[in-house]
Design a protein. Structure first.
Length: 225
């Protein structure tokens, strides 16, 4: 992963060093920021180089939520939030803003690296053919989605969720199955996070959002009608 640069944003110097050491061992390049204000500055200076951001929530000057909002104005770069908070509502709020993953402190550095590798693998997956679902076109090589020829902006998690629905066209998928496959690990939070993501995806798909059908008591199904 010599060509992958990760931005580490945390106000604790020891935490930044711990993460940097493990990422360096895995051949990742790193850039560090000690607060949210510096993170935004560094991100814009290195936007084309940074492939993933590790972002602490509670920081001086500018907190992680504000940093995330600013980044999402211009980029869908994967963001993993590092948080000591365990509040379910905080996580739902983060997913609304475009968080791709959560890691709660304290955490295992090896698990963190594994999560990073999983996200980067999904982001830079093998090239496959472009698929068209009655005007919803997904290009897996470029990880892009267009609706009637117009590109739509999706976070990494929104893209993965939509892709999973498309891959399983006409199949009723339970929320548990979606969590296990899209979130790629056992998620112990409230499954309402799926409902939140579905709502945003439907909105971005416009009139074609109706193709994502709610299956009462089960979950969701994608079907062109």
């Amino acid at each position: 992963m010599d060509d992958v640069t990760i931005l580490i944003v945390d106000d604790e110097a020891r935490m930044r060093k711990l993460i940097k050491d493990f990422l360096t061992k895995s051949n990742y390049k790193t850039i560090e920021a000690e607060d949210g204000e510096k993170a935004i500055e560094i991100f814009y200076e290195n936007q084309n180089k940074i492939k993933l951001i590790l972002l602490d929530v509670m920081m001086p000057k500018v907190d992680g939520w504000t940093v995330l909002r600013e980044i999402r104005k211009n980029s869908n770069v994967p963001v993993i939030m590092l948080t000591a908070r365990g509040e379910e509502q905080d996580e739902l709020f983060g997913f609304e803003l475009g968080v791709d993953e959560y890691i709660s402190k304290p955490f295992s550095p090896k698990i963190l690296v594994a999560r990073i590798e999983a996200i980067l693998k999904r982001t830079n997956g093998d090239k496959k053919q472009v698929r068209d679902y009655n005007g919803i076109v997904i290009d897996e090589a470029g990880r892009t989605v267009t609706v009637d020829g117009k590109p739509i902006e999706l976070s990494l998690r929104e893209y993965e969720l939509l892709k999973y629905l498309l891959d399983n066209e006409k199949v009723a998928l339970s929320r548990d199955k979606i969590l296990n496959n899209v979130w790629n690990y056992d998620y112990y939070g409230d499954s309402r996070t799926i409902d939140s993501h579905i709502k945003k995806i439907r909105h971005k798909l416009g009139k074609k959002g109706k193709y994502i059908e709610t299956i009462r008591g089960i979950g969701y199904k994608f079907e062109v009608k």
